[in-house]
Design a protein around this ligand. Structure first.
Ligand code: L34
Length: 284
């Protein structure tokens, strides 16, 4: 029987810490501000954006909700970003991904001022993270690390296997675990004998985007299993990349979906926005 890592509860605790920090900043005349940009009407993105704005509200962060139609041109989106880059009361800019096909995601990411790039997707921020010197960490990997830390799990010297190699999760996740002194393996859809690799993991982090992909036979007894997936199963129910019912009896710790990594992603976005505001204040 695994200990369930309660992402909602840990998130709540961090949000309270952040709310206190924001209250103190407001006393000194600085209110952290976040602009959220959503292009189109993807239903999942709408839910995530709503959760982000709700978290701002809860913590006391000033927020703006920019909604653009699905047929928006890249130039129009870049114009909005340039305007947000210039505005002093906006410390963080988040453009929700994925974007419609006519817009190049990379062009948009690189247009965001690095000091306002609270996703840490900009090449400058990515480069700083690889070098181990950074302003912010990308929200999902940072959230995973915080879940592990606040659950009292040590990482040093452990075998950590990351399944998935996206720029948003897999690659930065592996880098963070390396910085924590884990021995890191990255695997993906083309990895040969994947179950043999995942079975070596003391800490297994899964972000491959396939419902219930990790089955019981792929997990070592007592492993820490972190599920970054967000899928719908055959009944339309939210589920992760891990077959929870099959893996939970074997794992030492496991995160649920929903209520695991998702809320932490949002909480780390709040943390990055507060950090961005603090750093902007320091410059003046
Ligand atoms: N730019 N785009 C940008 N930054 C991000 O960090 C994201 N991500 C991913 C998609 N696009 C992005 C998110 O915000 C995934 N993601 C995200 C955020 C929140 C939740 C899930 C994914 C979340 O709130 N999950 C809830 C359940 C939500 C529901 O009911 O559907 C949970 O408990 O897991």
């Amino acid at each position: 029987m695994a200990a369930i890592i309660d992402g909602k509860a840990i998130s709540e605790q961090i949000r309270q810490e952040l709310a206190a920090e924001v209250a103190a900043m407001k006393q000194k005349g600085v209110t952290p501000g976040l602009a959220v940009v959503l292009v189109g009407e993807d239903p999942a993105s709408q839910v995530y954006v709503r959760n982000k704005l709700r978290a701002c509200q809860q913590i006391g962060i000033y927020w703006e909700d920019h909604r653009l139609p699905a047929e928006t041109t890249e130039e129009a989106l870049l114009d909005l970003i340039r305007e947000l880059n210039r505005r002093e009361e906006i410390h963080g800019i988040l453009v929700q991904l994925p974007l419609p096909g006519q817009i190049r995601e990379q062009a948009v990411i690189e247009a965001i001022a690095p000091e306002k790039d609270v996703d840490a997707f900009h090449a400058q921020n990515v480069g700083q993270i690889v070098q181990g010197q950074y302003r912010f960490l990308p929200c999902t990997p940072a959230g995973v690390l915080e879940l592990i830390r606040r659950s009292g799990i040590s990482v040093e010297g452990k075998d950590c296997v990351v399944v998935g190699r996206s720029n948003i999760v897999g690659k930065p996740m592996a880098m963070l675990m390396l910085h924590e002194n884990a021995t890191v393996t990255i695997c993906h859809s083309r990895t040969r004998e994947l179950p043999a690799v995942t079975r070596r993991a003391d800490i297994l982090i899964v972000a491959i985007g396939r419902a219930k992909f990790i089955t019981g036979d792929m997990v070592k007894e007592g492993a820490v299993v972190i599920d970054v997936g967000m899928n719908r199963d055959e009944n339309g129910k939210l589920c992760g990349d891990v077959d929870f019912a099959a893996v939970e009896p074997k794992a030492g710790h496991i995160t649920p979906v929903p209520g695991g990594v998702g809320p932490m992603t949002i909480t780390m976005l709040m943390k990055n926005t507060v950090t961005a505001a603090r750093l902007a204040g320091r410059k003046k």
